[in-house]
Design a protein around this ligand. Structure first.
Ligand code: ATP
Ligand code: ESJ
Ligand code: MG
Length: 544
C-alpha cells in the first residue's frame, strides 16, 4: 500500500481492508476464538525454562482463569492491575482480564514503591496480579490504597496484604474446572477500555494511556497481512517488557496470528543469543540498545544467528550506522525500523520492502493519517519540512486516565500531537529528528542530541553515549556528552571533542565537554533517561 496526499497536506496510509477483529463481540472473545482455532500449535516458549505452551493450553487456562475472576467478583469494565516480568502467567492474566471484559493495567516491574503508588492511583485496580519479584512491593503499596480488594500471586507470596490468592492453587481447584467454554460479554468497543498502559515517563511522570477495545481490534486488523510463510511456521523472539505498550501489543498481535513467540523475562547477553540459535528465530523485536549490542559486542560472533531474517526495532532513535554494522556483521537481510507511542496503540510508521531508506522510520500503516505542523504557529508543513508529527486513526487512545487537561493538549480534533520533530520526504517516508523537549538550544540553533549520539556511536572506542544541553548563560545551552568507553581502550575528552569537530557542523560541537561514565541510564524499553544525566551534571557542578 502506498501513501496518498489528501487536501491540506495530510498524508494517509490507506484503508484497513480486513475487518475480522473489529466486527467481533469483544477483544476477549477474539483472543479466545483465535487460540481455540490454533489447536496444538506451540504459541509461547519460555527461553529460560524451555517450557512450551500450546494454543489449546492457553485457551483452556484463560477460560478457567476467567471463571475464577468472575467468582472473585470482577465485572465488565473493572480494572485489573498486572505486575510481572514476561511469563506465560502474564499472558494468561491479561487475556483472562480481556475475556471478562475488564480493563487490564500492566505495571512496570522496575517501579519503586513511590512509582507503584502513582501508577495504582491512576488506574485504581480492584485486583492486582503480581509475580514473586514484585509482590512484596505491590502488597505494601496496595495496603495503603483502599480500592485494592485482592492480590493474585502469579508466583511467590507476601505477608504484606490480607487477601492474597495463589494462582496455581485456584487453577488446580476442581471448583473451577467445570465449564470448558467462556462467553465474553458484548463490549461497547469504542468506549470500553481494554488496556491502561503507562507511558515511559521520559518527559515527566508516567501517564495512564487508555486504549479501547476498538483501538486494539483495529490495530489487530491492520497488522494482518498475507505472508509468504504461514504464520504457524514463524518464530519470533521478544525481550521487550510486556508491561510497556510496545511489548504488550506485540504479545497480543503475535498471539492472535498464531506465530510461535519465544520470550525472555529480562535481557541477558548469552541467553538472548542462544535463544536465537536454539529456536532458529526468524524475527526479533528490538530496541536500539539491543541493536547496538548486536552491532558491537564481541560475543555475538560465537553464535549461529543465520536464522534471523528480520529485526523489528522501535521505541527510540536507531542510527543508520548501527543498522549498517548489523547487516554487515550478521547478515540479517531486513531491518525494519518502526515508530510508535503508547498513545498510538502500536506503531503508526514502519519500514517495508519498498520504503526502507537508511535512518527512516518508514511509511504510514494502513488506517493512519499524518500531518506535520510548525510547533510554534501550528501551520501545516509539506514534504521535507521539519515540524511536529501529528497522527489520527483508529489506534489513537481514548485519553489519559483522570487527566482531561493533558488529554486536551495531546489530542486536538482527533489529532494526536506527539511532541516529536520529524518530516516526510517526497516518497512519504518519515524521519524522526528528536523530541521537541530534548532539542538543545545553542545560540538559536536547534541541535538534536540523537544526531550527535549516533555520530559518537560510530567511534570504535565508544561503547555508548548520550548527549544533553548544559545550561550556559551566553549561548543558552552547550552540547555535552556522557561517554562509555569500550573495555581497555585509551580515549580522552579531547579525542571525543576532536572527533565531533571533524564530523559535525559547528553548532553540534561538544562545547559543554565530555563526561566519562560506566553506563548510560536507560529505561527497560531502551530510552535514554536524560533527566538522570541532568541531575548528575547538577551534582557534579555543586561539588566544584
Ligand atoms: N523509531 C523511533 N525513533 C525515535 N524515537 C522513537 C521511535 N519510536 C518511538 N520513539 C519515541 O518514543 C516515544 C513514545 O514512547 P512511550 O509512549 O513509551 O513514552 P515516552 O514518550 O518515552 O514517555 P512520556 O510520554 O511519559 O514522557 C515517542 O514519542 C518518540 O519520542
Ligand atoms: O509494527 C512493527 O512492526 C514494529 C516495528 S517497531 C514498532 C513499535 N515501536 C514502538 C515504540 C513505542 C511504542 O509505544 C510502541 C511501538 S510499536 N512496531
Ligand atoms: Mg510520550
Amino acid at each position: 500500500m502506498t501513501s496518498t496526499l489528501l487536501p491540506g497536506n495530510i498524508v494517509y496510509g490507506g484503508p484497513i481492508i480486513e475487518r475480522e477483529a473489529q466486527d467481533y463481540r469483544s477483544l476477549g472473545q477474539f483472543v479466545l476464538d483465535k487460540y481455540k482455532g490454533f489447536g496444538d500449535q506451540t504459541v509461547l516458549v519460555d527461553a529460560v525454562s524451555g517450557a512450551e505452551y500450546t494454543a489449546s493450553f492457553m485457551h483452556k487456562s484463560i477460560v478457567r482463569l476467567a471463571h475464577i475472576l468472575q467468582k472473585l467478583g470482577v465485572k465488565q469494565n473493572d480494572v485489573i492491575g498486572l505486575s510481572s516480568e514476561n511469563s506465560v502467567n502474564f499472558a494468561l492474566a491479561m487475556f483472562a482480564g480481556f475475556a471478562v471484559g475488564a480493563t487490564v493495567a500492566p505495571l512496570n516491574v522496575t517501579y519503586s514503591e513511590r512509582e507503584v503508588d502513582h501508577a495504582l492511583n491512576l488506574s485504581k485496580p480492584k485486583i492486582i496480579f503480581a509475580s514473586k519479584i514484585t509482590i512484596d512491593r505491590i502488597a505494601k503499596v496496595a495496603s495503603k490504597n483502599k480500592f485494592v480488594k485482592g492480590i493474585i500471586a502469579l508466583s511467590g507470596s507476601s505477608k504484606n496484604f490480607k487477601t492474597i490468592y495463589a494462582l496455581n492453587e485456584m487453577m488446580d481447584n476442581d471448583k473451577y474446572k467445570t465449564n470448558p467454554e467462556f462467553l465474553s460479554p458484548v463490549a461497547n468497543k469504542n468506549e470500553d477500555v481494554a488496556l491502561i498502559v503507562c507511558s515511559s515517563g521520559t518527559t515527566g511522570l508516567p501517564k495512564g494511556v487508555q486504549l479501547t477495545q476498538m483501538n486494539l481490534l483495529a490495530t489487530l486488523d491492520s497488522q494482518i497481512q498475507p505472508t509468504m510463510i504461514p504464520m504457524s511456521e514463524i518464530t519470533l523472539l521478544t525481550v521487550i517488557p510486556w508491561f510497556h505498550a510496545f511489548g504488550c501489543l506485540t504479545l497480543i498481535t503475535t498471539a492472535c496470528m498464531g506465530a510461535r513467540l519465544v520470550y525472555l523475562p529480562k535481557f541477558e547477553e548469552n541467553l538472548f543469543l542462544s535463544a536465537i540459535e536454539k529456536y532458529r528465530v526468524m524475527m526479533a523485536f528490538m530496541v536500539p540498545p539491543l541493536m547496538v549490542f548486536l552491532a558491537k559486542h564481541p560475543i555475538v560472533e560465537k553464535y549461529d544467528l543465520s536464522s534471523l531474517m528480520v529485526l523489528l526495532c522501535g521505541a527510540a532513535p536507531l542510527s543508520r550506522e548501527t543498522e549498517d554494522q548489523i547487516k554487515e556483521r550478521i547478515g540479517v537481510p531486513f531491518i525494519r525500523q518502526g515508530y510508535g507511542l503508547s498513545e498510538s496503540t502500536l506503531s503508526v510508521l514502519v519500514q517495508n520492502d519498498d520504503f526502507c531508506k537508511p535512518g527512516s522510520v518508514g511509511v504510514l500503516k494502513v488506517g493512519i493519517y499524518a500531518k506535520v505542523i510548525d510547533p510554534d504557529t501550528g501551520k501545516l508543513l509539506g514534504a521535507n519540512e521539519r515540524g511536529e508529527l501529528c497522527f489520527k486513526g483508529d489506534g489513537i487512545m481514548k485519553g489519559y486516565i483522570g487527566d482531561t487537561k493533558s488529554t486536551q493538549t495531546a489530542i486536538k480534533d482527533g489529532w494526536l500531537h506527539t511532541g516529536d520533530i520529524g518530516y516526510y520526504d517526497d516518497d512519504f517516508e518519515f524521519f524522526i529528528v528528536d523530541r521537541i523537549k530534548e532539542l538543545i538550544k545553542y545560540k538559536g540553533f536547534q541541535v538534536p542530541p540523537a544526531e550527535i549520539e549516533a555520530l559518537l556511536l560510530t567511534h570504535e572506542k565508544i561503547k555508548d553515549a548520550a548527549v544533553i544541553g548544559k545550561p550556559d548563560e551566553a549561548a543558552g545551552e552547550l552540547p555535552l556528552a556522557f561517554v562509555v568507553k569500550q573495555a581497555n581502550v585509551q580515549l580522552t575528552e579531547n579525542d571525543v571533542i576532536q572527533f565531533v569537530n571533524e564530523h559535525a557542523s559547528p553548532a553540534k560541537r561538544l562545547r559543554g565537554g565530555v563526561i566519562f561514565v560506566d553506563e548510560i541510564p536507560k529505561n527497560p524499553s531502551g530510552k535514554i533517561l536524560r533527566r538522570i544525566l541532568r541531575n548528575m551534571l547538577k551534582k557534579q557542578k555543586s561539588k566544584l
